[in-house]
Write a protein that binds this ligand. Structure first.
Ligand code: NDP
Ligand code: 2IT
Length: 449
């Protein structure tokens, strides 16, 4: 286990007591602080002027009421959040999550991770995150629209192309971004394309943004395998989730010659030894918005649906957790290792528990942490901002080529940084240090603000 440096211990204690009960934020902060001991030993200046304490404290946290009217004409109330974590490198940038589990601690963990992730992309974006405890499941299209409009009626005061640029995350895809952009445009009387990313192609979106997170995670893992003389070709791959990140991870893994044997949603998982039929998954999830159980029902014999249970019981060479935080436990990691897993690439944010990460580390499993592996989504969002600012629109090939190059650079930066700090192949350490150094350099230059 990585020990926390004694200079950093009081900083972590302060984070824990100041943000009581915010379990996920504690977890994310602890992991980063555990990596920073080696940096402050080498560069004591990074620990001056309470720089690390400032990095752990969001610049601004906004919590607001979101009232809306459902199809039965009943008034519903949800809570909205936007945490503007760090703007040293550029405007706050990060997604919006609609899920009943959302609370301040979850938005803060996501915002904190986003700061380092965005720095790793090398693009000029700070870090932030937002969301609501609204549950979109079972809601009609009109209810979704009214909710998005009410959410934006408050959020619009706090965002802007030079201030804060939200995008999607769990429960927020192209449909929701469209409704939010429409309301922002109406309220401000400005067609300010760069205020949101993940927009539709008909009104300023970027080609390849929809695919970017999953494709990017797959490029990252491909590069990681390549450094060991391996590739996806012929590998058994398990991808958890069946949302945006999972679907385009599966698409790229298949393009690289891998076989997807299982995927899931929050109800359970499906196993298809013949290789998951991605067209059917897309039809069920993106068009019909149904449950994954439908896959086994429709495919019939030999396609198993396991309700509940753990998808990580399915033996694989490569595991790509792409659903949500803490979905892969220490026990799951031990099962994966026992079944011979070679590489794990996190498409989701913080899907592996600290115990699981430790199991992978001890077993020398190649492990790509989310803040590096899933950075392709936000990187392509920054490319969307670039296209909006220049009133241009790039081809799919051009955009995907930039994405591939960015993922390769992030991989190599993490690998090189890990080696430089005496821990070759420790991508967790490499990502945390490399991301931190970029933010810290800018914060030092900007003074105590
Ligand atoms: P989607 O809403 O498109 O899909 C989420 C998937 O994960 C669904 O299959 C959902 O199942 C499952 N899921 C969500 N919450 C839970 C839960 N509590 N328990 C079990 N399964 C769950 O979201 P995305 O694909 O966009 O996001 C997936 C992950 O990737 C998140 O961690 C997100 O933060 C991260 N991410 C997303 C990026 C993006 O560009 N969209 C960029 C970088 C990271 P169900 O439908 O049953 O709820
Ligand atoms: O977690 C993430 O990086 C995202 N949800 C994407 C953020 C973005 O601004 O594109």
């Amino acid at each position: 286990m990585n020990r926390i440096d004694e200079k950093l211990e009081p900083i972590l204690s302060e984070v824990l007591s100041r943000n009581a009960g915010e379990r996920e934020f504690h977890q994310a902060a602890r992991e980063v602080l555990e990596s920073l001991g080696r940096v402050v030993a080498k560069h004591p200046a990074y620990a001056e002027d309470a720089l690390i304490e400032r990095i752990c404290e969001p610049e601004r946290q906004i919590i607001f009421r979101v009232p809306w009217i459902d199809d039965q004409n009943q008034v519903q109330i949800n809570r909205g959040f936007r945490v503007q974590f760090n703007s040293a490198l550029g405007p706050y940038k990060g997604g919006i999550r609609f899920h009943p589990s959302v609370n301040l601690g979850i938005i803060k963990f996501l915002g904190f991770e986003q700061v380092f992730k965005n720095a790793l992309t090398g693009l000029p974006i700070g870090g932030g995150k937002g969301g609501s405890d609204f549950n979109p499941r079972g809601r009609s299209d009109r209810e979704i629209m009214r909710f998005c409009q009410s959410f934006m009626t408050e959020l619009h005061r706090h965002i802007g192309e030079h201030t804060d640029v939200p995008a999607g995350d769990i429960g927020v895809g192209g449909r929701e971004i469209g409704y939010m952009f429409g309301q922002y445009k109406r309220l401000t009387n400005r067609f300010e394309a760069g205020v949101l990313t993940g927009k539709g192609l008909s009104y300023g979106g970027s080609r390849a943004r929809t695919e970017a997170t999953g494709y990017g995670a797959t490029y990252f893992v491909q590069r990681m395998l390549e450094t060991c003389g391996e590739s996806f070709d012929g590998k058994r791959v398990v991808v958890s989730g069946a949302g945006n990140v999972a679907i385009y991870t599966m698409e790229k893994v298949i393009a690289f010659g891998g076989k997807i044997v299982a995927c899931s949603d929050s109800g359970g998982y499906v196993v298809d030894e013949a290789g998951i039929d991605l067209d059917l998954i897309k039809e069920i999830k993106q068009v019909r918005r149904e449950r994954i159980a439908e896959y086994a029902r429709q495919k019939g014999a030999g396609k198993h649906y396991i309700e509940g249970g753990s998808i990580w019981d399915v033996a694989c060479d490569v595991a790509m957790p792409s659903a949500t935080q803490n979905e892969l436990s220490g026990k799951d990691a031990r099962t994966l290792v026992k079944n011979g897993v070679q590489a794990v690439g996190e498409g989701a944010n913080m899907p592996s528990t600290p115990d699981a990460v430790e199991v992978f580390r001890r077993a020398n499993v190649l492990f790509a942490p989310g803040k590096a592996a899933n950075a392709g989504g936000v990187a392509t969002s920054a490319l969307e901002m670039q296209q909006n600012a220049s009133r241009d629109s790039w081809t799919f090939e051009q955009t995907e080529a930039r994405l591939a190059e960015i993922m390769r650079n992030i991989h190599d930066l993490c690998a090189d940084t890990a080696s430089e700090y005496g821990a070759p192949r420790d991508y967790v350490l490499g990502a945390n240090i490399a991301g931190f150094v970029r933010v810290a350099e800018a914060m030092r230059a900007l003074g105590v603000v």
